[in-house]
Design a protein around this ligand. Structure first.
Ligand code: DX5
Ligand code: ZN
Length: 213
């Protein structure tokens, strides 16, 4: 059974607590997108907002860091309540050290790869990573169209995993009732969905559809 992580990027920021409440009973994780206007064009939220989110829910918080020099902020986000922290391989010249730092802070460590970045870059640190985040859009905005080659990329991560079930494989961007079938077939473990879940009057139903009934 796949896990579903609604992305708060598509939620109404003026009513975050209520939006979280709407998916709380059915979601496995909450996905929180951190953007800096530098690594990606958009700017979203920092540790103070994460701390406020943490107070509203017991769901694990899956923090996706789309920022330059993420090492500088790992401790702040962990203290604010992050349970899982993913960094982009494109932002980390010393990725092994960054992953180690996330582990020392007591969180699960994920590595995200942009569409143009080969997952094979992770081969030498694969065993140290808790989850690989395959981007199925170029990061920065919600509501973009799914990049179809992401499904094949998920298959390649699965092949790297051989007969093990770790690292988990997460996919993010353009997931809806149609595209989820492609990533499910490819063997994904966690799907992130923003607009499909929150731009609906029944977000909890959308989560159930993504999970497969
Ligand atoms: C995009 C973010 C995603 C975003 C996905 O840069 O990383 O998490 O919220 O939004 P949808 O599901 O609308 O593509
Ligand atoms: Zn994300």
């Amino acid at each position: 059974m796949i896990q579903v992580a609604p992305s708060l990027l598509a939620a109404d920021f003026s009513r975050l607590a209520e939006e979280i409440q709407r998916v709380q009973a059915v979601a496995d994780l909450l996905h929180v997108d951190v953007m800096d206007g530098h690594f990606v064009p958009n700017i979203t939220m920092g540790p103070m907002v994460l701390e406020a989110i943490r107070k509203t829910t017991d769901l694990p918080l899956d923090v996706h860091m789309m920022i330059a020099e993420p090492d500088r902020y790992l401790s702040d986000f962990r203290q604010a309540g992050a349970d899982m922290i993913s960094v982009h391989v494109e932002t980390c010249p010393h990725l092994e050290r960054t992953i180690d730092q996330i582990h020392r802070l007591g969180a699960l460590a994920g590595v995200a790869v942009n569409p143009a970045t080969p997952v094979e870059l992770l081969v030498d640190i694969f065993d140290e990573v808790d989850y690989v985040l395959v981007m199925s859009v170029n990061p920065g905005f919600g509501g973009q169209t799914f990049w179809p080659r992401a499904a094949e990329k998920i298959r390649r991560v699965k092949a790297m995993r051989a007969d093990r079930d770790r690292p988990l494989i997460e996919v993010d961007g353009g997931i809806n009732d149609a595209t989820v079938a492609w990533v499910r077939d490819a063997g994904v473990d966690i799907v992130v969905a923003g607009s499909y879940v929150f731009q609906s009057n029944h977000p909890e139903e959308r989560v159930k559809i993504l999970r497969g009934g």
